[in-house]
Design a protein around this ligand. Structure first.
Ligand code: NQM
Length: 361
């Protein structure tokens, strides 16, 4: 599309523990600057309440998925994730989102991009932000997406149909700094990227327990300042450049498990503290904990002989399967990662963007 539409078909969905607006790429302007301006007006940014748009005034509910048929023979659809910043007039494609990913397969079926199977449908997805691939499979009895079912994920009330997401072997580096540990601002960290650049830090080294609520952690201004400094330096070491205005890397504080899981986490995304944990964030934590000598490997309790681990977070836990291999150079690499999420179609209709600002004068 070359013009800017005044109304846009939109499906509002919960994907995992996030919520976002899903669009067909063909319904949005192809030019990124025009598209982003339109999305800001649709979501109601910049405004800390997003009162004039669809956004929910939190990074986890100010998200957009743009989906199109894929030209990649290994994928059915392309999924571009866009984070619409709540308080600033900014839309970022620099991170991926494994939670909204849970809604991409169902959306592709709803919009006729992928034919539904009689019982289940498997959709192969190219994640445009990272170039990585994922597959999602979910129930489609009688050729229609069934969102109801018995799967429960922490952070979402009730139960819904399971969406099984699998990530094949990662092509990239698990350790973007080239080291298992780095020292930043006097603290040992492990920088790991299994789909989401993440900095692992033992909570007690930052003078917190790692069991605090997100609200209490967000109110700790000394902690915020320390995390900001560590993140800026970690971003440079990870080859991400100046990350002062980007949403990656994320920071995950680790503490020993309390509820039978492998580890307790509190994740900063990167300023607000996640109320649970991102899917790819969890994939990165899980990979990091499996690397010998990493920050976290010493405090985690991994079930022996199993690919599965339970990552505890502020509203419960996320179960994730992952296994690592080694590259010919002997570096750790991700073999397979899999997770169960749920998704829900909330609203299908037409969204009317706030009017564009009139030129002054
Ligand atoms: O890590 C939040 C979320 C996410 C990202 C964030 C995500 C992921 O929970 O895959 O899903 O880290 O900004 O939606």
């Amino acid at each position: 599309m070359t013009s800017v539409p005044e109304e846009v078909p939109c499906l509002l969905m919960r994907g995992g523990t996030s919520k976002g607006a899903y669009f067909l790429a063909a319904d949005l302007p192809a030019e990124p600057a025009l598209r982003d301006d339109l999305l800001l007006r649709i979501m109601g940014s910049p405004d800390e309440r997003q009162i004039d748009g669809l956004g929910g005034a939190h990074p986890l509910t100010s998200k957009v998925a743009v989906v199109s048929p894929s030209a990649d023979p290994q994928a059915d659809v392309d999924y571009l994730f866009l984070q619409v910043v709540v308080e600033r007039p900014e839309v970022s494609d620099r991170q991926n989102c494994g939670n909204l990913l849970a809604g991409v397969g169902p959306f592709a079926v709803e919009r006729g991009l992928v034919p539904a199977g009689e019982e289940r449908t498997r959709v192969r997805i190219r994640m445009v932000n990272s170039g990585d691939h994922a597959t999602a499979s979910f129930p489609t009895p009688g050729g229609r997406v069934d969102y109801t079912g018995g799967a429960r994920i922490s952070g979402v009330p009730g139960t819904a149909a399971p969406v099984v997401i699998e990530f094949p072997a990662g092509a990239g580096e698990l350790l973007p700094t080239g080291s298992v540990r780095d020292e930043i601002d006097g603290v040992q960290v492990t920088c790991v990227d299994n789909g989401m650049p993440t900095v692992l830090i033992a909570a007690d080294l930052l003078k917190v327990t790692g069991y605090e609520s997100p609200k209490d952690l967000e109110e700790d201004l000394t902690l915020a300042d320390r995390l900001r400094r560590i993140r800026l330096e970690a971003g440079r070491l990870m080859g991400l450049g100046d990350v002062s205005d980007t949403t990656v890397p994320k920071l995950t504080l680790l503490a020993p498990p309390r509820d039978g899981g492998a580890v307790t986490t509190r994740t900063f995304i990167p300023v607000r503290c996640h109320t649970s944990i991102g899917v790819l964030g969890a994939a990165s934590v899980a990979a990091g904990l499996r690397i010998d000598g990493s920050v976290g490997a010493d405090l985690a309790e991994l079930p022996p002989g199993s690919d599965r681990m339970r990552i505890e977070h502020p509203t419960g836990f996320l179960d994730i399967e992952s296994s690592l291999g080694t590259t010919p150079e002997g570096l750790p690499t991700a073999r397979r990662t899999a997770v169960v999420r749920t998704a829900r179609k909330i609203f299908d209709g037409t969204v009317f963007p706030r009017a564009a600002a009139r030129p002054q004068g």
